[in-house]
Each structure stands twice: as structure tokens, then as C-alpha cells.
Ligand binder design. Structure first.
Ligand code: SAH
Length: 368
């Protein structure tokens, strides 16, 4: 048997929760104990090579390496921007590609993870959506992004994770839940944020989990007309239903929902829009994160980033009404690592035809 053929038959262990890992070790002596050792090596210490699990006997390490795999994605490209943000293009076992972004910010460190190798939701302002749907990542492929980065970059304690890379995490709930369980060995769910375009059933499902990450919601417009123009998903779950789901969402004490609000010049960045947004969110435990639009050659020409004064005025308007409103700084823009700029490289774009210059705003901002 060639080594390639032998490799195909090996069982992947990365991404298995402890009960599944224990089951997979079928036939291994003392397997509940061994499973706990391997689990701790992987998810507490980040050891992804059987040979380096020196707490196991040489014989067992050899047996494991013969029967099992621990696959990390292959780094195809690595781009560091002047602000220190590093974008990794990763190739998965089946050739699908994803991007993961490492964002240092003064004392803090955030990894922006992908949950799918593409995105079916086709938001008009997002490059990932432009490439179209991609498959769900497995729990192992989600966790592997963190384990790989742990190996490549020295990651500090107190790492933050945001599911704001490629894909819609709430369309991949099972893998997301398993991944969070594995990651919880070193990272508290309080340091993990899952951002959604607003899938009501997914939000309800997340609300039933016993350990919940922070929730961020991509709102982007204060009314259905403009939100549907940007995000087709809004036609399935319009604002009233979405906000109702958020109102019934069981938030833990002292937590708030983050509302992401994309700012597009002349479309949703007027002071009346800030007021309309504030009215929509009234009564919700919310903080607002304003994201000035990040342009990209594949995105419609009419979409523009507002200037800094407009962004500040918008933020101040919300703050003056008592809201916590922050502006997301643009990070990694020169290497196309900023929000909405992640793309699949294993295939051509097909999500939406590139109609440069043709995409005029469907809804003009409403007065008042
Ligand atoms: N699918 C999830 C998570 C991925 S996006 C979601 O929709 O929330 C992470 C954030 O980047 C979202 O708020 C998204 O709306 C925003 N984003 C997408 N394209 C952008 C762009 N061109 N400029 C600025 N932010 C963008």
C-alpha cells in the first residue's frame, strides 16, 4: 500500500469532542484515559503532532500515527499589513480555501475565523458573498485555524475569537457548537463572538445552548427597504422578526448584543438614520459597532466609505442618546484582510455577476 493510500484510511481526530474521541480510539488500551490525555494535548497545549505528545509511550505514539491523522490546513499565502494584521490563505484537505485573519490591537489579540468556505447569503457589500456559497467547515477545520495560528504566531493568553471571517456561522451550528466546546479548553465563551447576518432559527438555536458566545448582529440599515437592498436574507427574516428574536434571546448577566452597522456614504449614514437606528434598538441591551464600508474592486461602484467627520457625527448622535457606539477601525486593508474583503481563491466568483457601475442604490435614504 502506498503511503498516500494508507493516509486516506486514517481517521481524522482533530475536531472530535471527548466522547467521540474516546470512541474513535477503539481498541487502544485504557482508552478513556488516553482520550483525555490526547484531548488535553490538543486543546489545552495546542500539540498537533502525535510524536510531540511525550506523555504517551513511544509505542502508543507510533500506533496513533499509524491509525489516525491530525490535519492542519496548508498555508498557501500569508500577508502582513503595515498595522500588523496578518491574513492567512489556507487550503483545506479537499482543496477548498478559506482565510483567517490575525489582528493585534495594542495589548489585545483577535483572530477572525471562517465558518464556511464561501457564503450563500450574497450580501451586496461583501466580497465573500460575491464568490458564492461554499461548504460548511467541520469543527476540526474551525479549531485548526486557531491551532495553526498558535503554532505560526505567538498568541497571548486572553485571545479573542470572532466568527467574522468567511461564511455565516449560524448556517453551520453543529460544527460551531463542537468547535466552541473544544476551544473552551483555553478560551472562555466570553471572549468569543459569533456574528450573524440575522438567521432567526439560528439565533433561537444559539439561545438554547448552555454556554453561549457573544452575539453580534449585522444590522446595517434601520428599515426593511434598505436592509433588503443590501442583504437578501432580510426578505426571509425582516427586521420585526429579527429584532423579536433578539428580544427573546436569553442574554447572560452583564452581556449585550453587538449591532454591527455598515456605514455607506449617502445611503445609511445620515443623522436621521442614526435616530431611526436608535428607535429600532430601543429597549435592547445593545452596543453599536459602526463599520465604515471597506471598498473592493468587485463591489458596486456606488458604495463608498463615508468620510471621518460623517462617521464621527453618526457615532456622536447615537452616544448623545445614551448608546454605546464605537467605530471599528479598518485593519489590514492593504492586504484585503478588512471586513468583507475575504474571498475564496480555489474558484472564480459566481455568487453575483460583477456589474460594475450598475448597482445603484435601490432605496434612497428616507427623510426624517
Ligand atoms: N456572516 C456573518 C459574519 C461575517 S461578516 C455576518 O454577516 O455577520 C463580518 C462583518 O463584516 C459583518 O458585519 C459584515 O456585514 C461586515 N462586512 C462585510 N462586507 C463589508 C465591507 N465591504 N465593508 C465593511 N464591513 C463589511
Amino acid at each position: 500500500m502506498s503511503s498516500a493510500a494508507a493516509g486516506v484510511e486514517k481517521t481524522e481526530l482533530l475536531g472530535l469532542t471527548l466522547p467521540h474521541l474516546t470512541r474513535a480510539l477503539d481498541g487502544t488500551a485504557d482508552r478513556p484515559f488516553r482520550a483525555r490525555q490526547i484531548y488535553a494535548a490538543l486543546y489545552q497545549r495546542g500539540v498537533t503532532d502525535f510524536a510531540a505528545m511525550t506523555e504517551l509511550s513511544t509505542a502508543l505514539r507510533g500506533e496513533l500515527a499509524a491509525r489516525f491523522r491530525l490535519s492542519l490546513p496548508e498555508v498557501v499565502d500569508e500577508r502582513r499589513s503595515a498595522d500588523g494584521t496578518t491574513k492567512y490563505l489556507l487550503r483545506l484537505a479537499d482543496g477548498a480555501s478559506i482565510e483567517t485573519v490575525d489582528i493585534p490591537d495594542r495589548g489585545r489579540r483577535t483572530l477572525c475565523l471562517s465558518s464556511q468556505a464561501g457564503c450563500a447569503l450574497a450580501c451586496s457589500f461583501c466580497v465573500t458573498g460575491h464568490w458564492g456559497a461554499g461548504r460548511n467547515l467541520t469543527a476540526g477545520e474551525i479549531v485548526a485555524q486557531v491551532l495553526l495560528l498558535r503554532r505560526l504566531a505567538s498568541l497571548p493568553e486572553g485571545l479573542n475569537l470572532v466568527f467574522m471571517g468567511m461564511g455565516e456561522p449560524l448556517l453551520n451550528l453543529d460544527a460551531l457548537r463542537d468547535a466552541l466546546e473544544l476551544l473552551s479548553a483555553t478560551i472562555s465563551p466570553r471572549r468569543i463572538t459569533v456574528s450573524t447576518a440575522g438567521l432567526v432559527p439560528g439565533i433561537d438555536a444559539l439561545g438554547r445552548w448552555s454556554r453561549r458566545p457573544n452575539l453580534a448582529l449585522s444590522l446595517h440599515a434601520p428599515d426593511d427597504e434598505r436592509r433588503s437592498a443590501l442583504m437578501p436574507i432580510n426578505r426571509t427574516w425582516p427586521l420585526a422578526e429579527l429584532l423579536a428574536a433578539l428580544r427573546r434571546y436569553p442574554l447572560e448577566a452583564r452581556r449585550r448584543i453587538t449591532f454591527e452597522y455598515l456605514l455607506l456614504a449617502g445611503f445609511n449614514d445620515r443623522l436621521e438614520d442614526a435616530d431611526a437606528l436608535a428607535r429600532r434598538l430601543r429597549g435592547l441591551p445593545a452596543k453599536i459597532n459602526l463599520i465604515p464600508f471597506n471598498p473592493d474592486p468587485v463591489l458596486p461602484d456606488w458604495m463608498r466609505r463615508p468620510d471621518e467627520t460623517a462617521v464621527e457625527r453618526f457615532r456622536d448622535r447615537l452616544a448623545s442618546q445614551g448608546w454605546t457606539a464605537t467605530v471599528r477601525r479598518q485593519r489590514g486593508h492593504e492586504v484585503a484582510a478588512a471586513c468583507g474583503q475575504l474571498r475564496a481563491f480555489d474558484r472564480a466568483p459566481h455568487g453575483r455577476p460583477a456589474r460594475r457601475g450598475a448597482g445603484a442604490p435601490i432605496a434612497a435614504p428616507k427623510p426624517g
